[in-house]
Design a protein around this ligand. Structure first.
Ligand code: HEC
Length: 180
């Protein structure tokens, strides 16, 4: 009986892991990469923008001037992402200009959360359902069990900026296979 239960548990864990591998995380708000290309394109305007330095407020104004239709939460997410990650060093070198812009953009908040927060515990309760401000998210990295996660300072700040603006999600917005 015990053994049967343990096996059932193992199968459940395996199927959950498989479900997560196959999950498309586009149900989560964009972390900045998609809206960057929507606002600035991938040509010269985009390249120039990525060599600039601005505060989040200045970026928000610049984004609004380019794309007045972008919703405020997306604008704030993109503004934070750019304020933390620009200027892009590679683009300041002449040969950086030849590369595909999509490959040059550093990981955004959604990508970082998906890559870093699912393996030790529930992504749903440990991340998607958590409400914290930026300081609160940054403080998760102080606990002993999170200190070891390999992330750069810019990645932590990008993650905290994104998460404060976009979490928690509503229960219904999360695909049923992730609600555990
Ligand atoms: C190396 C394993 C590991 C990874 C990766 C990990 N966690 Fe955790 N996390 C833990 C452990 C262990 C606990 C404490 C026990 C528990 O609640 O499951 C915990 C607890 C938490 C808690 C509740 C306690 C607290 O600190 O407030 C939150 C929130 C949390 N994790 C968020 C995250 C986020 C966000 C990420 C991604 C950046 C993440 N975790 C990645 C191991 C991990």
């Amino acid at each position: 009986m015990r053994r049967g239960l343990a096996l059932a548990g193992l199968c459940l864990i395996a199927s959950v892991a498989l479900a997560q591998v196959g999950t498309n995380f586009s149900f989560m708000p964009d972390g900045g990469k998609e809206s960057f290309v929507a606002v600035f394109g991938s040509g010269d305007k985009a390249r120039t923008a990525l060599t600039e330095t601005h505060t989040p407020q200045e970026w928000a104004a610049r984004i609004e001037a380019e794309s007045p239709g972008l919703a405020p939460p997306e604008r704030a997410t993109l503004a934070g992402y750019l304020a933390i990650n620009t200027p892009l060093e590679q683009l300041l070198e002449p040969k950086g200009a030849e590369q595909d812009i999509a490959l040059l953009l550093p990981p955004d908040g959604r990508e970082i959360a998906v890559a870093q927060c699912q393996f030790c515990h529930s992504f749903f309760t440990g991340y998607l359902m958590q409400r914290r401000d930026e300081e609160g998210w940054l403080s998760t990295f102080k606990s002993p069990f999170h200190k070891e996660i390999k992330m750069s300072d810019a990645e932590r700040r990008t993650f905290a900026n994104y998460s404060a603006l976009n979490m928690p999600m509503t229960f219904d917005a999360v695909p049923p296979e992730l609600r555990f």
